[in-house]
Write a protein that binds this ligand. Structure first.
Ligand code: ADP
Ligand code: MG
Length: 219
């Protein structure tokens, strides 16, 4: 499945495997939301439905406003090819893992997305506690059963590259960085893992502009 990020697909033999679950990790400002928006918009351009789920996120209008800064975003995608939902209300009610999964299941069955993005889903760990791993396991099954290509975008914790619970169920791990180097910062992308794929390794230069995220393999 083409990612929509120029330069990346040729590093991973053409795109993300279908179905699969990929952890997209990186510190704040590294480009996770941009990457996810590009991924969903690429799908929309190809006529594929996308489900965009955030643990919390404020009004969808604001999200569309931010996204509209990018050239590849058409505001008509939102509400048509791209369906947005957030879990804030459910999180406040401290629901159980089955409730979150049932909600997702019914959404997936009604819109049949080919692509799915979930941002900050690890916040559920505090609510679900010991049941969090079960939720992740069932989520992974739900994604596979419905032939979905999913991205789970998560903030990487300082000193740790990515979250281990999600990494354990992930078929792929992509790391975005914005590292300080000689009083400036360098953006990079690294494919840590991509099951069944002969992928490039190491850090590759990244640029973010109005065209979104671009990767320069080999640079
Ligand atoms: N039009 C643009 N031109 C250049 N850089 C941009 C543009 N839009 C966003 N950015 C950069 O992208 C960053 C935001 O990336 P984002 O995808 O929100 O990161 P994350 O979700 O990982 O926190 C901004 O802090 C800014 O540096
Ligand atoms: Mg973000």
């Amino acid at each position: 499945m083409p990612t929509g990020t120029p330069g990346l697909d040729k590093m991973i033999e053409g795109g993300l495997p279908r179905p699969s679950l990929t952890l997209l990790a990186g510190e704040a400002g590294a480009g996770k939301t941009t990457f996810c928006t590009q991924f969903l918009c690429k799908g929309a351009e190809l006529g594929q439905r996308g489900l965009y789920l955030r643990a919390f996120g404020g009004p969808p209008d604001l999200l569309i406003n931010y996204a509209s800064c990018y050239e590849f975003v058409k505001s008509t995608y939102f509400g048509q090819e791209i369906c947005y939902m957030e879990l804030e209300e459910m999180m406040e009610r401290a629901c159980q893992w089955q409730d979150f999964l049932d909600l997702l299941k019914s959404k997936i069955e009604s819109i049949h997305p080919a692509r799915m993005v979930m941002e900050d889903i690890s916040l559920l760990e505090e609510i679900l506690k010991d049941e969090y791993w079960r939720f992740l396991l069932k989520l992974s099954h739900l994604i596979k059963d419905n032939a979905i290509v999913a991205l789970l975008a998560e903030d990487a914790l300082p000193g740790a590259a990515y979250l281990t619970h999600i990494a354990q169920v992930a078929d792929g791990i992509i790391l975005l960085q914005n590292e300080e180097m000689n009083f400036t910062r360098r953006r990079s992308l690294e494919v840590i893992k991509m099951s069944g794929t002969s992928h490039n390794i190491g850090k590759h230069a990244v640029d973010i502009s109005a065209k979104g995220l671009t990767v320069y393999p080999g640079l």
